[in-house]
Design a protein around this ligand. Structure first.
Ligand code: ATP
Length: 370
């Protein structure tokens, strides 16, 4: 409880610094007659709490229906980390499912990466959310899936590249959890800021393959369970405000291991842009959506890993490569450019079939893919 209150206090400074209508009361822009309590980051509108909730919820509903994300009867796994995005996502999926009769069966799916003092605490939040929202919860751990926890990986590999291991393993763990649960779809809490940052990172890296797919609201390759992002157009600041004003129970602490420095640069740049022009976030997403690859340019097509059978654009997936490195006591084996990785691993991952595909860095899969 203390932790939650502490988190609320932290968020409060972010929310209230937006505008303080207590000093000079302003009426809600919707003409509902109530006083405004906030200024919407996305539109600049002065709104009361109720009108903000309504606008926020209706926009997510619109995103879901416009992109046909679900069909009645779908069994949907909500990837739940206990953080603000996925907590608001779980709350709003339940609310919209009830309000608009989507006809969905929901389940919370959490991955325990094995980070003591971080994920164990955030999973306690998800367990409370299970009770609060009445949505069943399934937790899968890296330890049971890979025989490694992130604590042990960091012990062996150091802090520098640990986000690569974590991102690659988590992505696959969610797929494996979803297959185990036999769900039809997965939803994640990736928001507009996350997507805009990813667009910028892929531009800076010149990674056109990922640039092509990172703005897609649904990632849906053959043989994998479709993954969608109902918050694709939702600003992070608004998610924080929604969680704050709704007093949702979520965990708000950064991962104890090194933050992703590269994403940090894109994030700082985007925040600067947002200060000048609030629509910058959506503008960057739209720019990403408009980029097209010239006809005839060969892009990697997803197939399945020859070792584990999970989805991969290479004959051996990144998770298997990283795992092999760890198990051989050479954790850096899977880090770096794919060509060098193949060289180091010898024939086990040879014959990648990359052909003339454009440069695709496997170095930091977690950083610029979803
Ligand atoms: N350990 C996990 N278990 C299940 N889903 C996860 C986990 N970590 C991340 N996700 C999913 O991926 C999304 C993006 O994760 P990211 O690590 O970028 O965290 P975030 O932006 O802080 O999101 P959140 O606030 O939900 O933690 C999350 O919203 C969630 O849906």
């Amino acid at each position: 409880m203390l932790r939650v209150l502490h988190a609320m206090k932290e968020e409060e400074s972010e929310v209230s610094c937006n505008v303080d209508y207590r000093i000079m009361p302003v009426k809600c822009n919707t003409k509902c007659g109530r006083n405004a309590v906030l200024k919407r980051p996305k539109t600049g509108d002065a709104l009361c709490k109720e009108c903000f909730f309504w606008a926020f919820e209706e926009e997510v509903h619109h995103t879901i229906t416009a992109a046909n994300l679900f069909s009645p009867g779908d069994y949907v796994a909500i990837a739940a980390s206990g953080g603000k995005d996925s907590t608001v996502l779980a709350y709003i999926m339940k609310l919209l499912n009830d309000r608009y009769n989507y006809g969905l069966k929901l389940v919370l799916l959490s991955v325990d990466e094995g980070i003591t003092g971080y994920r164990d605490d955030s999973l306690e939040t998800v367990k409370r959310n299970e009770q609060q929202y009445g949505i069943p919860l399934k937790i899968l751990s890296y330890n049971e899936l890979y025989g490694w926890t992130m604590d042990r990986i960091v012990e062996q590999a150091g802090r520098k590249n640990n986000c690569t291991f974590c991102g690659v393993f988590r992505r696959q763990a969610l797929d494996r959890g979803a297959a185990l649960l036999k769900v039809d779809k997965i939803v994640t809490g990736h928001n507009a800021d996350d997507i805009a940052e990813t667009v910028l990172m892929n531009i800076l890296r010149g990674d056109i393959a990922r640039l092509q797919r990172c703005t897609a609201i649904v990632t849906d390759s053959e043989g994998s369970i479709p993954r969608s992002k109902p918050f694709k157009y939702t600003y992070e600041k608004e998610i924080v405000m929604y969680a704050y004003f709704k007093r949702l129970d979520y965990f708000s602490t950064e991962c104890i291991y090194s933050p992703n420095a590269y994403r940090g640069h894109a994030r700082a740049f985007l925040k600067d842009l947002e200060k000048i022009r609030a629509t910058s976030i959506i503008d960057v997403i739209h720019s990403g959506e408009c980029l097209a690859v010239r006809e005839g340019v060969k892009l990697p097509s997803p197939s399945t890993c020859t070792r584990c059978g999970h989805i991969s654009s290479q004959p051996v997936c990144k998770a298997c490569v990283l795992l092999e490195g760890l198990n051989k006591g050479k954790p850096r084996l899977g880090i770096g450019k794919s060509s060098k990785v193949r060289e180091r691993l010898g024939d086990t991952v040879s014959n990648s079939g990359e052909g003339n595909a454009p440069h695709i860095s496997q170095a930091n899969n977690s950083a610029h893919d979803f």
